[in-house]
Design a protein around this ligand. Structure first.
Ligand code: SER
Length: 326
């Protein structure tokens, strides 16, 4: 029988995904039972006032352990990570935060006999030579970025802790995540968020990826739903643990622009390619998530058209309220 998840800790909860995940977990598990943590950036008023919040450093196990003990934590969602573009600028930092953060969380999972540890992975696990369309669950993992290297090592480390110690760990390979609450930072797929903000703000956007760069993408509600669904899935039905391909849709910058134009006809896109193109070129166009569908019932709800409509609705309302960039 799987242990119950009662007291949850979220690392990286001031980040793009962690901020919305922590709030959703508070709604589902009770605000007092979900401890949000970040390293440096001030949390939003909503995150700070709706439940416990602490500053920790995931590379320093003592700072995590203090919170684990204080709140009797039995579940960790480990969302803190340095993403792909920042990782290429500072590979040592990326290794330190992503690898030491991960092993610290795993060690605390063991020490406190936790019910569950959830550690996301990424499409960055793949590299040149991988089948680009419908990339299968099982295929060669040879990333060309430090972020990808840490995600492959992280998946292997997690699966090792499942096998060797029987710790209940789960993880999924996130595509680019699009959201309107918290801006992403330091990623290659960040354009797919910026484009909506700039479309609403200025009616134009200069994209750092080429117009035909197709990447796997997902709207935040699907990302949050999938993550919690995997955490709550029946362990005995899982053949995979830390590396589920997780897909919703795939598109290019040109395709997003066409979709935005349906709502903002005067919208214009131009291109100034930078070093992130190289990272994007090493990633798949689309991925096969049949293992997630079969083993824990994954099914996305949002596509490019419905996501675009929803993103623009939220961002326009914020612009009218004078708070587009919170
Ligand atoms: N969004 C991430 C990045 O671009 C991919 O997981 O780095």
């Amino acid at each position: 029988m799987a242990k119950e998840m009662k007291n949850i800790l979220v690392t990286g909860s001031v980040g793009q995904i962690g901020s919305e995940l922590a709030m959703e977990l508070r709604r589902r598990y009770g605000a007092e039972n979900v401890v949000a943590t970040g390293r440096k950036t001030e949390p939003s008023e909503e995150l700070r006032s709706s439940g416990p919040f602490y500053f920790i450093d995931v590379t320093n196990i003592d700072t995590i352990e203090e919170v684990v003990k204080k709140h009797n934590i039995d579940t960790i969602y480990h969302m803190a990570a340095v993403l792909s573009a920042t990782g290429e600028k500072n590979p040592q930092l990326c290794w330190n935060v992503n690898m030491n953060g991960t092993i610290n969380v795993l060690e605390l999972g063991l020490k406190y006999e936790m019910a569950r540890v959830i550690i996301p992975s990424s499409i960055a696990v793949w590299g040149p030579g991988v089948p680009l369309e419908n990339t299968p669950q099982e295929t060669v993992l040879k990333p060309a970025s430090m972020y990808g290297v840490t995600k492959v090592c992280g998946e292997l480390l997690c699966d090792y802790y499942v096998l060797k110690f029987g710790l209940d760990i789960r993880g999924l390979r996130y595509p680019g995540i699009i959201s309107h609450e918290t801006l992403p930072g330091g990623g290659t797929t960040d354009y797919a968020v910026e484009i909506y903000y700039e479309a609403v703000d200025k009616g134009r956007y200069t994209c750092f990826l080429k117009e035909d760069t197709k990447l796997p993408m997902m709207y935040m509600p699907d990302c949050i739903e999938g993550t919690i669904q995997l955490a709550e899935a029946d362990f005995s039905k899982l053949k995979h643990h830390s590396d589920f391909n997780h897909a919703a849709t795939s598109f290019t910058p040109a395709e997003v622009a066409v979709e935005i134009k349906k709502h903002i006809p005067e919208f214009e896109i131009s291109y100034e390619i930078d070093e992130r193109q190289k990272i994007a070129d090493s990633w798949p166009n689309s991925i096969d998530d049949s293992a997630a569908r079969e083993e824990w019932g994954w099914k996305p709800k949002w596509d490019l058209a419905s996501m675009t409509e929803d993103m623009l609705k939220h961002l326009r309302a914020r612009k009218e309220a004078g708070a587009l960039y919170k």
